[in-house]
Design a protein. Structure first.
Length: 95
C-alpha cells in the first residue's frame, strides 16, 4: 500500500511537532520554578523527565488529555496552547 505524499507530509509534520514540543517541555527544567503538576503523585514536579515530556507532548498532540500530568505554570500553559495551535494548522492544511 502506497501512502499519498500529502499524508506522508502530515505524518512527518505531526511527529516533528511532537519532538519539538518534547524538547521545549523538557527545556523548562532549566528555568526557575515548577512548570508541571502530577495528579497521580499529587505534587508539583520540580523537574520533568525527558520521557514525561515526550509523554505529555503525545497526550497533548492526540488531544487525549489524561490529566495525570498537567501544565502548572503560565509558560507551560502557553507552550501547550502553541502545540494545539500547531495541530490545528496541520489539520487545516489537509482541508
Amino acid at each position: 500500500m502506497r501512502i499519498k505524499p500529502n499524508i506522508r507530509k502530515i505524518i512527518v509534520n505531526v511527529f516533528r511537532e511532537v519532538l519539538l514540543f518534547t524538547l521545549l517541555y523538557y527545556s523548562t527544567n532549566f528555568l526557575q520554578g515548577s512548570h508541571f503538576h502530577s495528579e497521580t503523585l499529587n505534587h508539583t514536579l520540580e523537574k520533568i523527565s525527558l520521557f514525561d515530556a515526550l509523554y505529555y507532548s503525545m497526550v497533548t498532540q492526540t488531544t487525549v488529555g489524561y490529566g495525570d500530568i498537567i501544565a502548572y505554570s503560565t509558560l507551560a500553559k502557553c507552550l501547550t496552547l502553541l502545540q494545539l495551535v500547531g495541530l490545528l494548522l496541520i489539520a487545516a492544511s489537509v482541508m
